[in-house]
Design a binder for this molecule. Structure first.
Ligand SMILES: Nc1ncnc2c1ncn2[C@@H]1O[C@H](COP(=O)(O)OP(=O)(O)O)[C@@H](O)[C@H]1O
Ligand SMILES: [Mg+2]
Length: 165
C-alpha cells in the first residue's frame, strides 16, 4: 500500500513503441489498482527506435484522460523503483509460452530482491495476443499497415520514422 492507503501498481517496460496490447493491459490494470504507473525503461539494451522522451510523450498523450494512469521513466533496479513509488505490485503481460521463461526468472529474482513486491501477470485480450513492439516496427518499416494494433499517434510517428529512414 502507498503511504495514503492507495494500492499502486507499476507496469514496467520498454514501450518502443506503445502498442494497443500495452494499452489494453494498462486500462484493465487501472480498474484493478487505485493507480498504475507506466514505468518506461530509459536504458534499453539495443538502441530504441523511439527516444525516451518520445516514448514518454506518446504514453502521456494516450492516457491523458485517465487520471489514475501515470507515466514515468525509470532506470536501475526495478524493485527499488517500485518501493520508491510507494507501490507493491509489478504488472507484466504474458502473451505466449515464449514470454513465460523470462518472465518467471524476472519475477523470482525480483521476489528474492524484495519479497514485499508481488508480480502479477495479465493475459492479453485475444486480438492483441500476437502484437509486439518488435513486430509492429518490422511491419511498418517494410511498408505494411498496423492500423488498429497501435494508437493513432504511434501509427503516425512510425510512418514518419519510415519516411525519414
Ligand atoms: N500485446 C501484448 N499483450 C499483453 N502484454 C504485452 C503485449 N505486448 C507486450 N506486453 C507486455 O508488456 C510488458 C512490457 O513489454 P515491453 O515494452 O516489450 O517491455 P520489455 O522490454 O520489458 O519486454 C511485458 O510484460 C510484455 O510481456
Ligand atoms: Mg518485450
Amino acid at each position: 500500500m502507498g503511504s495514503n492507503g492507495e494500492r499502486v501498481a507499476v507496469y514496467p517496460g520498454s514501450f518502443d513503441p506503445l502498442t494497443n496490447g500495452h494499452v489494453d493491459i494498462i486500462l484493465r490494470g487501472s480498474k484493478i489498482f487505485d493507480r498504475i504507473v507506466v514505468a518506461i525503461l530509459e536504458n534499453v539494451e539495443k538502441t530504441p527506435l523511439f527516444g525516451l522522451e518520445e516514448r514518454i510523450e506518446i504514453a502521456r498523450e494516450v492516457f491523458k484522460q485517465q487520471s489514475n494512469v501515470e507515466v514515468d521513466e525509470f532506470g536501475g533496479l526495478l524493485v527499488d523503483y517500485v518501493e520508491q513509488r510507494g507501490a507493491d505490485v509489478i504488472v507484466r503481460g504474458l502473451r505466449a509460452i515464449s514470454d513465460f521463461e523470462y518472465e518467471l526468472q524476472m519475477a523470482l529474482m525480483n521476489h528474492r530482491l524484495n519479497p514485499q513486491v508481488e508480480t502479477i501477470f495479465m493475459m492479453p485480450t485475444e486480438p492483441y495476443t500476437y502484437v509486439s513492439s518488435k513486430l509492429v516496427k518490422e511491419v511498418v518499416m517494410l511498408g505494411g499497415s498496423v492500423s488498429g494494433l497501435v494508437p493513432k499517434t504511434v501509427e503516425r510517428l512510425l510512418r514518419k520514422k519510415r519516411a525519414s529512414s
